[in-house]
Design a protein around this ligand. Structure first.
Ligand code: SF4
Ligand code: SF4
Ligand code: SF4
Length: 290
């Protein structure tokens, strides 16, 4: 079998390899660790239900997962969103399939106009506050059949007894349609966990920036490729983009290799570094019994 020397690969080959490794990590997490999202989200719901009921908040397994995933995000940015979340990966797969079908059928893909995207991204905070209020008032449990992620978890686990979950099923179908037409539709516009992650601080040395002075004049390649339409900050400025999923597409796409994280010698898309972050996260989740 031919050995692959990563250092000898062209930028295009490295990008392709990185895309495949990301897809592989997403697939492994989707198949074997699909419950991290629901566990962390259950932690959020539990905390606000307990506060509303004026009950003690215990360190349940859900709360522990929530704390660990938040600390991980503060250190590594939203790597969980970019590489490990089952719901995010479902969105990537649905969007890729939609684009592929449009290409095959020679149809122009439908998409949400850019000018609406930024406004729509505030919707996730409204959804989150709504859910928190419902938990606080103790009525969220009664609205259980409306939860699209509960339906997703049931289907993923092979449980198709969905008669009490019709509103949630309809919402899930609508979300999947949205995932098709807009990359990371659910993550950008609706996800309560995404809203929480976007407000967390990230250690500056692992947030992404670009050396603006070295950019190609007029280039917006990284922003155009970004599923969150992010204008990366200039290197040296301590600015964190909360909506950055750490998908690393901007790093892969830059023709000048100009996007990097705060550690000067590390770009952020090195294969070993990607695998290391995925392995640390998997180790933590397995240790917590997710
Ligand atoms: S934003 Fe939400 S659904 Fe999207 S990857 Fe992050 S946690 Fe998952
Ligand atoms: S793709 Fe690279 S060169 Fe173009 S704007 Fe982004 S960082 Fe600059
Ligand atoms: S493309 Fe870059 S800036 Fe955009 S979400 Fe992915 S890693 Fe973050």
């Amino acid at each position: 079998m031919k050995n692959i020397n990563i250092h000898k690969l062209s930028a295009k080959e490295k990008k392709k390899l990185h895309t495949w490794i990301r897809a592989l990590i997403q697939l492994i997490y989707f198949l074997f660790l699909p419950s991290v999202y629901t566990a962390a989200f259950s932690g959020v719901k539990y905390i606000f239900t307990q506060i509303g009921a004026q009950e003690k908040i215990a360190l349940t397994s859900f709360v522990t997962v929530l704390i660990v995933i938040c600390v991980y995000t503060v250190i590594f940015g939203r790597f969980f969103c970019g590489f490990a979340c089952a719901f995010g990966s479902l969105g990537d797969a649905v969007h890729a399939l939609y684009r592929y079908l449009c290409k095959k059928m020679k149809k122009k893909p439908v998409s949400i106009p850019d000018r609406w995207n930024n406004q729509l991204s505030y919707l996730k905070y409204i959804v989150t506050v709504g859910i928190i209020i419902l938990c606080f008032l103790g009525v969220y449990q009664k609205a259980q059949g409306t939860s699209p992620w509960d339906v997703f978890s049931m289907i993923h686990a092979g449980n198709y007894k969905l008669s009490g979950y019709i509103p949630g099923l309809i919402l899930l179908i609508l979300i999947i349609v949205g995932m098709g037409i807009q990359e990371r539709f659910f993550c950008r516009f609706l996800c309560p966990m995404g809203a929480i992650f976007s407000l967390l601080p990230v250690l500056p040395f692992l947030s992404l920036s670009r050396d603006r002075e070295a950019c190609i004049k007029g280039c917006r390649g990284c922003t155009r490729k970004c599923p969150s339409n992010i204008e990366l900050p200039t290197a040296g400025l301590v600015e964190v983009r909360g909506d950055c999923f750490q998908c690393q597409k901007c790093i892969d796409t830059c023709p000048k290799s100009n996007v990097h994280c705060g550690i000067k010698t590390i770009k952020g898309n090195e294969i070993w570094f990607t695998i290391l972050r995925a392995a640390i996260l998997a180790g933590l989740m397995i240790w917590l019994g997710v």
